[in-house]
Design a protein around this ligand. Sequence first.
Ligand code: ADP
Ligand code: MG
Length: 327
Amino acid sequence: DALANQIAAGEVVERPVSVVKELVENALDAGATQITIWLEEAGVELIEVQDNGAGILAEDIPLAVERHATSKVKHYEDLSNVASLGFRGEALASIASVSQFSLTSYHADEPHAWLLQNQIDGRWSDLTPTAAAHGTRVKVASLFYNTPARRKFLKTPRAEFSQIEDYLKRTLLANQSVGLRLVHNQKQVFDYPPATQRARHLSRLASLLGDEFVEQSLYIDQTLPGVSVSGWVSLPTYHRGLADKQFVFVNGRIVRDRQLLQAIKLAYADVLYHGRHPVFVVFIQVPYDQVDVNVHPAKYEVRFQHGRQVYDHVRRAIRDAVMQPLV
Ligand code: ADP
Ligand code: MG
């Protein structure tokens, strides 16, 4: 019911960046290769996300905005085997309970797009036919209009916007083959084309992390039993590093795991690197059933079944790579 949704929203939807994250993850889960995001007032007035992904069948649209109606996890046991980014099935319902919400989707098996929106009384409109491109477009207006306490706790638009930018930057790094465009208050902030060739890849990296990083980093790609480690790591001779240029992804998800960061720092310590902060974009892949990403709704933490082994492999893979140029 409405109240349960608002309570759940407190967990999932803390601020505009939480909405952006859930909507972008849904787009990625739907296989989108192009995502456009429009914001007004750092997302407080409007967050609109359009993707060219698979779209949603008409009969599934009302289910998609219901709590725990996720199509991705049919049974609870499936939770241990989660490949998609979303799996709790409560994001859309939660977001819709604290905003003026509409969803338009055009699935290839439908004759046209369909629109569903919530009304002032909290009920859902009937599905209505509409015109739209293939894919899905979700519009979230007046976030927290009905939960003034939450709205009052928002930071300045500048601070909220910078959190959204940080999130999108990590998303751009983790999803190089996806094009991402951001428009804020009717001005285009960026427009990254899908990076499918190496040149585009590097140009995206350069614009996100600096030309110098691209020149002074190594590409690593190591597969060991139970874990593979790939990405870009700065050479030990690179001294321009900043702590906010350290990115770690596990199975495509952005994580902030202290032990993983520690393992990477130890790799640099192993080669006697005493510079300020190494810069890195590291992708770790482990079997889905050996990692628990369901630790917190914000989904930034991970728990590995074989943590020690993963940390050791990560440390060794990076140490071996950055040691090369030194010998
Ligand atoms: P979850 O992502 O955890 O399953 P959500 O509330 O975020 O839950 O979404 C509910 C369901 O709606 C998804 O499982 C998916 O089937 C569908 N859906 C949501 N957004 C999109 C999208 N952009 N494209 C296609 N399907 C979507
Ligand atoms: Mg989701």
